[in-house]
Design a binder for this molecule. Structure first.
Ligand SMILES: Cc1cc2nc3c(=O)[nH]c(=O)nc-3n(C[C@H](O)[C@H](O)[C@H](O)COP(=O)(O)O)c2cc1C
Length: 156
């Protein structure tokens, strides 16, 4: 689970550590599916597409908009690697907190930043009591040189 930080014309954006497990997986295979699920509404939206890193500037801007504690946490955490114990993280956090105790910019680690998924398939799923659930698939098609979203109904 990650925080969906933004949606714009370019796609869906989230931030993480590029050297995390998912970071390595995305560098091998830059395609992903995002899943949004609302239990109470019996509803799910699945978005598939290709993934690219956002620009350094965009990552810098977001990194520095976060609370200073979160910025330090991002430096401390070598995400997805084995840690001998919580004390190690706390110790490193304390050291960096002291180092950056004065006002001033905390440098964003090179390996921390955003990804943007450019969608090429959406599936809207709405549960029905009959179990004949609705599944509407949207995918792009070229028609007369224009890219339009084609919609089909899939069997549940
Ligand atoms: C509610 C929630 C929000 C999270 N948001 C993020 C996030 O925005 N970015 C992130 O890197 N990890 C986030 N995490 C942690 C990830 O789920 C995951 O543990 C971490 O990214 C390491 O994943 P990996 O080892 O598969 O790469 C969040 C976890 C939860 C429960």
């Amino acid at each position: 689970m990650v925080l969906l930080k933004g949606v714009d014309k370019g796609g869906f954006v989230w931030y993480t550590n590029y050297e995390s497990r998912k970071g390595h997986e995305l560098s091998e295979n830059p395609h992903a599916a995002l899943l949004f699920y609302w239990d109470g509404l019996n509803r799910q939206v699945r978005v598939e597409g290709s993934v690219q890193k956002v620009s350094e500037e965009e990552s810098e801007q977001y990194f520095h908009s976060r609370p200073r504690g979160s910025q330090i946490g991002a430096i401390v955490s070598k995400q997805s690697t084995v840690v001998p114990g919580r004390h190690v993280l706390h110790q490193q956090y304390k050291e960096l907190e002291e180092k950056y105790s004065k006002e001033g910019l905390i440098p964003k680690p090179k390996h921390w930043g955003g990804y943007r998924l450019q969608p090429n398939r959406f599936e809207f799923w709405q549960g029905q009591t009959s179990r004949l659930h609705d599944r509407l698939e949207y995918f792009p098609q070229e028609i007369d040189g224009k890219r339009v979203w084609k919609i089909v109904r899939l069997a549940p």
